[in-house]
Design a protein around this ligand. Structure first.
Ligand SMILES: NC(=O)c1ccc[n+]([C@@H]2O[C@H](COP(=O)([O-])OP(=O)(O)OC[C@H]3O[C@@H](n4cnc5c(N)ncnc54)[C@H](O)[C@@H]3O)[C@@H](O)[C@H]2O)c1
Length: 333
């Protein structure tokens, strides 16, 4: 599988490194509108560099396009790649709303290509283990869940796009969508969403959010995300169950100890803080390897467009709740 990446910021750089460790595929080209980024990445991996996706598609015989562009540019890039007959891996969130995401899914279906989305938490061992424990009912019935994700200060990125609500969807769509996808995967459909955020300190920045979810199975979850914390990036979850409390805290040495090392922090040095892993095959490599294997085996990726769109629906419901002050039912839980 010959792969080309478009968008060479934080995630494009991460994906480019990952492809070096995945059998059955080869990174052959990269594209970024910042020529120095395209050039230095091309030099680093001995591949060809381009300014745009269109140029890369015209010059290369790719099998896969990996879209690591800011969220508001996902739709156009995914549709362009699909129409050119390429399989597409797209970073999360898939889209800013259901109609945008559905159009991307439809374009891939029309073209007969596969679409995979980067909900990487499903490849972090502590999250996989928590889901397995809950699925097996090892801790009895789940009552409530709390998740936390944040730190590292507000992300710096191309054109300050994270700070522009129309472009990124704010922290609700951008950051905590990781936890929303994990909770949908683990707990099933969401019936109601109530959310509150800080909004408006600097143009349309949204820096802190708390979202309450009621699931169809009766579980209540509180999902917290923040860029206000200038300390190290960290993640947490707590499952309160009839037989005990399951805790993961990436900043503590005592909770979920066997999985503690998987989530060390990065932050404050520019870009957007993302969880890192000391594993040789980190979760970002594992998610891309899963996608490449699905292409070889003709299987549907675990996180396809439909799965990713469910998380978008819940994030959009949270956005509506923040805007109206009322509880909101997701379009499709
Ligand atoms: N899975 C994760 O853990 C994770 C973490 C961070 C970001 N993300 C997601 O990854 C995506 C990218 O985020 P990022 O932090 O890497 O952004 P970034 O700003 O660091 O990088 C974006 C790059 O795209 C380039 N670009 C912009 N418009 C372009 C165009 N038309 N053609 C070619 N290149 C163009 C910019 O020059 C920049 O280099 C976003 O959707 C974000 O939500 C995912």
């Amino acid at each position: 599988m010959k792969v080309g990446i478009v968008g060479l910021g934080t995630m494009g750089t991460t994906h480019a490194a990952s492809y070096q460790n995945i059998a059955g595929c080869q990174l052959v080209a990269v594209a970024d509108i910042q020529p120095e980024r395209s050039q230095s990445m091309a030099d680093k991996y001995g591949v060809r560099g381009y300014a745009t996706l269109a140029e890369m598609l015209a010059a290369e015989d790719l099998d896969v396009v990996d879209v690591c562009l800011p969220t508001f540019l996902h739709r156009e890039a995914v549709e362009t790649a699909a129409e050119a007959g390429k399989h597409v891996f797209c970073e999360k969130p898939l889209a800013r709303n259901r109609s945008e995401g559905q159009a991307m899914i439809d374009a891939c279906q029309r073209a007969g290509v596969k679409l995979g989305v980067g909900h990487v938490l499903r490849f972090f061992p502590e999250y996989q283990r928590a889901k397995a424990i809950m699925d097996a009912g090892e801790m009895g019935q789940i009552g409530t869940v709390y998740t936390y994700r944040g730190g590292g200060g507000f992300p710096t990125a191309w054109q300050d796009w994270y700070a522009r609500y129309e472009w990124s969807g704010g922290i609700t769509l951008d950051l905590i969508i990781h936890d929303l996808d994990f909770l949908l995967w683990t707990l099933g459909d969401v019936e109601r969403v109530f959310a509150k955020s800080t909004w408006g300190r600097e143009y349309d920045r949204m820096e802190h959010v708390l979202v309450s979810l009621r699931f169809a199975n009766g579980v209540i979850a509180n999902v917290e995300g923040t860029w206000l914390d200038l300390g190290a990036f960290g993640t947490k979850f707590e499952f309160a169950c009839t037989d005990g409390l399951l805790i993961h805290d990436s900043t503590s040495a005592s909770a979920f100890t066997s999985y503690q090392l998987q989530s060390e922090s990065q932050g404050g040095n520019g870009g957007v803080a993302v969880p890192e892993s000391p594993l040789a095959r980190d979760p970002y490599t594992l998610e891309l390897e899963h996608f490449i294997n699905c292409l070889h085996e003709g299987k549907e990726p675990m996180i396809n467009g439909e799965a990713a769109l469910r998380a978008v629906d819940v994030a959009v419901a949270a956005q509506k709740s923040i805007a109206t002050g009322k509880p909101v039912r997701p379009e499709r839980g």
